[in-house]
Design a protein around this ligand. Structure first.
Ligand SMILES: [Zn+2]
Length: 305
């Protein structure tokens, strides 16, 4: 992995001057390697992008596109160049293209949602759950925040969890961390970023719990990858410990919590090895000590190929 995908303290400090507000700071957390940026989005410029809808594109009839129209949205970089008018135009083209493929798609959407997956992920624009899972609107329920942190006092996240489990009755609660996470990288350092420090403090607590094992990883990038993984694990455990999951499992509801990690350099998901289907699974995970956890990192499914 290129060193510049990790957001160093220096990069972050340079990006945020004292006159910029917290929104800018949050955005700056995830500025990535500019060499990859354009490339990363370019492949998304399929026929639904208005720059291409006027062009002949009749060969694009693969089943993937037919199944998941949402994956063919406009390139964020293009949208940025052309402002709001461009966004609206992109939206019109997207809607039109979907209706051409499935005329009753939006009518069916309006009748309700029955997603099987509840996704808890990072707000990072490079980790779009619908897109990377190839799921259409209506197929994944979502909560995203900086660094996919789940805290037992976060009414926002817990409300979404409750709705997902008790009303929508999702079958999978996915907690997905991602390598190159600016929030995790920031939590790894000592720099102060203002208001966001309170949020990052949750990750710092996880870090402190595993400090000895993290200290043994000398490579900073690898250390960040490790913290990404254990931060996601911590969120998995916090979800599992919630009264919402406890009650669901007690009444025999089939709902599983899984931990994944996404690699923004390859576009691949890896499994973190957590599949919690009941309270016993949670207890088993809670009994794993930090050293065993770090020793097991080699078994994480490869996200590089
Ligand atoms: Zn992130």
């Amino acid at each position: 992995m290129a060193a510049d995908t990790i957001h160093t303290k220096e990069t972050f400090t340079t990006t945020t001057s004292s006159t910029e507000n917290i929104t800018t700071q949050v955005q700056a957390l995830d500025i990535k390697n500019p060499h990859n940026h354009h490339q990363h989005h370019h492949h998304l410029l399929h026929k639904y992008n208005t720059t291409e809808t006027d062009e002949a594109d009749d060969d694009d009839d693969d089943s993937c596109c037919a199944r998941s129209p949402v994956t063919l949205g406009p390139s964020p970089s293009v949208a940025k160049e052309h402002g709001l008018a461009r966004l609206i135009k992109n939206n019109r083209a997207w809607s039109k293209a979907i209706k051409e493929r499935q005329p009753d798609f939006f009518e069916k959407c309006s009748q309700g949602q029955q997603p099987k997956v509840f996704w808890i992920g990072c707000s990072d624009s490079r980790v779009p759950e619908n897109e990377l899972l190839q799921l259409a609107p209506g197929e994944v329920f979502t909560h995203r925040n900086i660094a996919n942190v789940v805290v037992s006092t976060d009414l926002n996240c817990l409300s979404v969890l409750q709705y997902a489990v008790e009303v929508l009755k999702v079958e999978h609660v996915v907690v997905c961390g991602h390598y190159g996470c600016g929030g995790v990288a920031a939590a790894l350092g000592d720099h102060s970023y203002g208001l966001i420090d309170h949020w990052l403090g949750n990750i710092k607590e996880v870090k402190a719990q595993h400090q000895d094992n993290l200290d043994q990883i000398l490579d900073q990038e690898e250390k960040c990858r490790a913290l990404v993984e254990i931060n996601a694990r911590n969120s998995v455990l916090t979800v599992a410990k919630s009264p919402i999951m406890k009650a669901a499992w007690e009444r025999g509801q089939k709902v599983e919590i899984v931990g994944l990690v996404y690699d923004i350099q390859t576009g691949l998901l890896g499994e973190l090895g957590y599949h919690l289907k009941n309270v016993e699974d949670l207890k088993a995970q809670l009994s794993v000590d930090s050293s065993t956890l770090f020793a097991a990192r080699d078994t994480i499914a490869n996200t590089r190929s």
